[in-house]
Design a protein around this ligand. Sequence first.
Ligand SMILES: Nc1nc2c(c(=O)[nH]1)N(C=O)[C@@H](CNc1ccc(C(=O)N[C@@H](CCC(=O)O)C(=O)O)cc1)CN2
Ligand SMILES: Nc1ncnc2c1ncn2[C@@H]1O[C@H](COP(=O)(O)OP(=O)(O)OP(=O)(O)O)[C@@H](O)[C@H]1O
Length: 204
Amino acid sequence: MRPQLTAIEQQKKLIRQQTRQLRTQIDQQSAAIAARNLCINIQALTSYQSAKAIACFLSFDGEINTAPTIDALLEDKGRCFLPKLKPSKPNRLWFMPYDGQTRLSVNRFGIPEVDKPVNLAIRVSSLDILLMPLVAFDTKGNRLGMGGGFYDATLAHLLSPEFADKRPLCIGIAYDEQRVSAIPAQEWDYPLDGVVTPTKFYQF
Ligand SMILES: Nc1nc2c(c(=O)[nH]1)N(C=O)[C@@H](CNc1ccc(C(=O)N[C@@H](CCC(=O)O)C(=O)O)cc1)CN2
Ligand SMILES: Nc1ncnc2c1ncn2[C@@H]1O[C@H](COP(=O)(O)OP(=O)(O)OP(=O)(O)O)[C@@H](O)[C@H]1O
């Protein structure tokens, strides 16, 4: 039997379907321009200048292309960190160092990830900036992801007061078209500090 979805889960599912569909309709030329402008806007963040450890992700499923941003990170900071699925815990991520040469292999979702021992992973509390994928965002700092709960589960412990001064700046990155009027928040949803798009920096 299929599990019953709550009203919030149904709303999330609908927004997810609509925005995933929307972002696949962006033509190649606009997408390339958007990806370059996104990178410029990330480099313009005040926090970017002083940040040493920045995590990003490799795009899939019509996400805005992070390749120019990752190139900039390698140029400016020498490396970045990329998510890797934790095999033992179903919805947790490791953040692995990547220097442009690091060997990658494809995970169960078809997303390339760093093919290295996970003892090289950085703690999320040691990241200065976490650039997060998202399917949709609203201007209150709510983020809707792919539905796996990976980022929420990986960041959950940072909500406890002992991590108050150790939280990375969590910045969603997206096309402008991924902004929606409101995303219903659930208690485990980790709030965004901001969203960078090709045209704007939303600060929450
Ligand atoms: N580029 C990128 N990397 C990322 C994420 C992301 O959102 N973007 N993630 C952020 O969390 C994690 C992967 N999360 C994912 C969650 C669901 C699906 C997915 O395709 N789900 C299928 C149905 C389920 C299945 O096939 O098992 C689908 O929705 O069609 C893919 C990745 C880690 N890496
Ligand atoms: N802290 C957590 N610990 C364990 N499970 C969690 C945690 N946070 C969220 N989850 C689970 O993850 C599932 C998906 O959550 P949600 O729909 O908010 O994911 P999402 O933010 O869209 O996905 P993602 O972060 O992977 O992009 C929920 O069913 C929830 O039970």
